[in-house]
Design a protein. Structure first.
Length: 149
């Protein structure tokens, strides 16, 4: 997991061939003007989901993981807290992995919580279980889905 600010995004561009495209899209798009929904950038290899969602409590948040995609979760408005735990330490699955939705949930508690203010992002790799959308009030965010392979 990586937590950083957009002003430092160039440090992470070399971690994946599509990261530069994601960060260019962030710099060149008025994300606050986009309606909630899914927007293709590079077909199924890179796309963004814009969300406007109600926050939930830590107790309501479930850890989740993905196999096919890396998440770059960028907070646009509101302050979010995200839970994290290494996937290898998750032992209490809610259900089997859904290949169709590329997601699996866990009952495990996060090992740590990080505050993520607007203009900051978290990168979650397939080995990172994460519990997003913990907040008081609404969260507006952009979730960039980057094909892991």
């Amino acid at each position: 997991m990586i937590l950083s600010t957009l002003s430092l995004s160039s440090r992470y561009a070399a971690l994946h061939p599509l990261f530069p495209r994601a960060f260019d899209y962030i710099r060149n798009t008025d994300l606050l003007a986009l309606a909630p929904g899914r927007y293709p950038i590079v077909g199924e290899q890179l796309f963004v989901i814009v969300e406007n969602a109600a926050g939930r409590t830590r107790a309501e948040a479930k850890l989740e993981c993905h196999r096919k995609y890396i998440d770059i979760q960028l907070i646009l408005d509101g302050a979010e807290e995200m839970g994290w735990k290494p996937l290898a330490g998750c032992t209490q699955p809610v259900s089997d992995y859904s290949a169709e939705k590329d997601i699996r949930f866990f009952h495990d508690a996060p090992a740590s919580w990080v505050a993520v203010p607007p203009g900051h992002f978290c990168i979650f790799f397939p080995e990172d279980a994460h519990a997003p959308l913990v907040a008081n009030g609404n969260i507006r965010k952009a979730i960039f889905k980057v094909a892991a392979e």
